[in-house]
Ligand binder design. Sequence first.
Ligand code: HXC
Length: 285
Amino acid sequence: MAVPRSEYLSNVWKEGIFDNKVVFCTGGGGTICSAQVRALVHLGANACIIGRNVEKTENMAKSIATAREGAKVIGIGAVDVRKLDDLEGAVERCVKELGTIDYVIAGAAGNFLAPIAGLSSNAFRSVLEIDTLGSYNTLKATLPHLIASAAKNPNTGTNASTGGRIIFLSATFHYTGMPLQAHAAAAKAGVDALSATAAIEFGPRGITSNVITPGPIAGTEGMERLGNRDDESQGTAFKRVPLQRYGTVKEIADGTVYLFSDAGNYVTGEVLVIDGASWRSPSSL
Ligand code: HXC
């Protein structure tokens, strides 16, 4: 059954703004990334989503395809973003079946709660490799297509047709430091640095590179894995957020549409934090 638009996209965006565009997304089987891709597909794009779990990824692709009649959405499972070869194979299949890649979302991540003293070196490395190396591999594997798409859709500031854009998913843990999150904080700091550097290196070719940082978003795997405080089980944890509520996946999808649309032409090297001011309020973390 199709997910209602109101769950993944605000009604301010025009239908068809991503007609003939293709998005490539790692971690696309997850709650946040699937909403981002669903929004882009609804607005005209075709998509290729990448994951480790074959069944989950293929089923999500089928579900996302219901966002628009005629949409093509491919799910490619058994891809480990730590392996460049895996990603290059997925990119090849995406381009063969969908023709191009205009937008990339590097969303694959791994996380768990553990104190520094309780982490093995291998555990720390696993998260760094999934988040930071995986983001790098995603950029590296898609780069020729991002360059080609940016050349086809020059970023002059007056064009409605965009291309050659990447968004990395990150976190706010490293702004302040966060207990039990040394591995993820270190990994996401690297992701932010990678995105900023890509913005500078590839800006002259018209590519934009930005980070979206979701805060506490209702119904996500991240919240399930990381939220284990007493007030959470009592249903009052949202009161720690300055805006007094959790975010929604729709709000992350809206930010994505903004950055990929011509409304975001001059935004690059930036971090868009969508967290209801949570990280600015120490008591909310
Ligand atoms: C301590 C742990 C651990 C835990 C795993 N490890 N879980 N150490 N506490 N809770 C250790 C293992 O013991 C092992 O170290 C090492 O990590 C690697 O584990 P493996 O299972 O062998 O590796 P792998 O299969 O690659 O698993 C990667 C993983 C896993 C990240 C560790 O949790 C995973 O695959 N997660 C699925 C994806 C995921 O986490 N998604 C959530 C994203 S949410 P040793 O030394 O024993 O070999 C997110 C947060 C967003 O990113 C935040 C928003 C607010």
